[in-house]
Design a protein around this ligand. Structure first.
Ligand code: SAH
Ligand code: SF4
Ligand code: F3S
Length: 491
């Protein structure tokens, strides 16, 4: 963006020192800039946000979009947008490589379009060697920021325009938390809600604690206030987000400081309080770490009709020996008995999981233990990943790395068992009538809509777009493996 009229309409006061006020100040400055741009060029600038990674990143992107829309940017496809932001993930190396591919594709257009800006943010930017690489080889990238300061997007865009050069601002750890900026939700009727940030678990394969910082929970007041606001705004389903929601409340963020916890108030209490909010009809959460999923939590889930009976409980491996090397802090037996308890206490509960194949030192016997665990646990879904070496994590320097062809062979065998067992498990709903939250028009069949049961099962059925955002009873007519074809029950 080489437009240079900014000084003529600067806000006259100095920028507030920090927090929400400071960001609102920069949003306002850029609004004026945008108005001027529009008057001169006859159109607004456009944006596109491309997101990789987990639900948290997708939720962060909704917040980035909220800021951009407040400035006056209009949404456009990546191919034509003036401002393109990549919100990156670095949990596995292939997520990482994708970014460089995208940047390469955009280079030509960027160099010939003076109004164009490229921004990159998210987890990958918290790695030192990535920043060095971008500084040296991707000079045409305008904005680089990380996971701890993405709320400063407006300030950074402003700075880029003022200084006319690449802006790289990465903070090493969490500083201020600014929550109340505008958010653009992808769906009007459902929303993510961060209840905590960071992770303290340091599983030996995982980079998340290094790029998202130490665990910190938002206060119940703050979370409940946001949930009430979402409900007033038409949200029916809330997904509570955290790397390990079961350890919610170990410490709290208050005015950018960390205060110690209330031992009486943890995740079960928070869940119960959220369910008391009128208008919120469904509550989901992710992710649960098996090491601290308490009996109290199981009871709250079982007793509360608003809490979806669906738990994501990553196991990672079926071998106790590998679980110890991964620093997961549970054994195979403890995991299986926890899962059995959950299934006993919560009828029909859907359990999903994550599994890593080829962790260093994984023998054929270890792998077979994973296969047998998958058979025993009867998951509704299992996300399978090939182990990816992440620089800086302990497992990256373990000497006994597994060869690619052994991993590939195991991965295919695991996928087969996962497909067979999940298909069978998902089949338990055949012929039953279940409430379905309609999410969108069907992409392939006209006159059809697609929605989800509380168990997370996808159902396609005849309906029109007026149903989107409604919860309707649907008969699960045909079991198609991972999803159902259904029929709405007319009341
Ligand atoms: N906090 C969540 C997981 C976050 S990362 C939990 O504890 O379960 C999501 C998933 O990515 C993990 O469950 C794990 O299965 C996978 N993953 C993380 N690091 C990985 C790595 N280095 N290689 C392959 N998969 C990995
Ligand atoms: Fe990574 Fe483990 Fe933390 Fe999950 S709990 S984010 S896998 S370190
Ligand atoms: Fe990826 Fe960051 Fe999520 S590394 S999985 S986007 S927390």
């Amino acid at each position: 963006m080489s437009y240079s009229g900014i000084d003529e309409f600067s806000l006259t006061d100095d920028a507030p020192k920090g927090g929400l006020k400071r960001q609102e100040y920069f949003i306002n400055k850029l609004r004026l800039y945008m108005e001027e741009y529009k008057a001169t060029k006859g159109r607004s600038l456009t944006y596109s946000v491309e997101t990789f990674g987990c639900q948290m990143n997708f939720h962060d992107s909704e917040r980035l979009e909220g800021i951009l829309l407040a400035i006056g940017y209009e949404k456009a496809p990546t191919e034509t947008a003036d401002l393109i932001i990549f919100n990156t993930c670095t949990v596995r190396e292939n997520a990482n490589l994708k970014l460089y591919g995208h940047l390469g594709t955009l280079k030509k257009r960027k160099l010939s379009s003076p109004d164009m800006m490229i921004g990159i943010c998210g987890c990958m930017m918290q790695e030192k060697d990535v920043i060095e690489n971008i500084r040296n080889k991707y000079k045409y990238v305008d904005l680089v920021f990380g996971t701890f300061n993405f709320h400063k997007l407006a300030e950074l865009i402003y700075k880029r325009i003022e200084e006319g050069k690449q802006i790289i601002e990465i903070e090493k750890e969490a500083g201020e938390h600014v929550e109340a900026l505008p958010t653009e939700r992808k769906y009007s009727f459902k929303s993510g809600l961060n209840i905590m940030y960071g992770c303290n678990n340091f599983c030996t394969f995982c980079i998340v604690p290094y790029v998202r910082g130490r665990e910190r929970s938002r206060t119940p007041e703050d979370i409940l206030e946001e949930a009430r606001r979402l409900s007033k705004d038409g949200v029916k389903e809330i997904m509570l987000l955290g790397q390990n929601v079961n350890s919610y409340g170990v410490n709290f963020i208050a005015d950018s400081a960390i205060i110690s916890a209330d031992p009486e108030y943890g995740f079960p209490e928070l869940l119960a309080d959220i369910c008391r909010i009128d208008g919120i009809e469904r509550v989901r959460f992710m992710t649960s770490h098996p090491k601290d999923l308490s009996d109290k939590l199981i009871k709250v889930i079982a007793e509360n009709s608003k809490i979806c009976k669906s738990i994501h409980l990553p196991v990672q491996s079926g071998s106790t020996k590998l679980l110890a090397k991964m620093n997961r802090k549970y054994t195979r037996e403890q995991y299986i008995s926890l899962l059995k308890k959950i299934k006993n206490e919560i009828p029909d509960v859907s359990v999903t999981t994550d599994i890593i194949v080829g962790f260093p030192g994984e023998t054929e016997e270890d792998f077979e233990e994973t296969l047998s665990l998958v058979k025993e646990c009867e998951y509704d879904q299992a996300f399978t990943f090939i182990y990816s070496k992440r620089t800086g994590t302990p497992a990256a320097s373990y000497p006994d790395q597994i060869s690619d062809d052994v991993i590939k062979e195991r991965f295919d065998r695991l996928l087969k068992v996962v497909n067979e067992t999940t298909k069978e498990r998902v089949g338990r709903f055949l012929g039953r009538t279940l409430p379905v939250l309609v999410e969108e028009s069907n992409k392939e069949l006209s006159d059809y809509v697609t929605g989800k049961t509380e168990y997370g099962t996808t159902v396609h059925f005849k309906g029109d777009k007026d149903m989107i955002g409604e919860i309707v009873p649907v008969i699960m007519k045909e079991h198609k493996g991972f999803y159902y074809m259904g029929e709405a029950v007319r009341g």
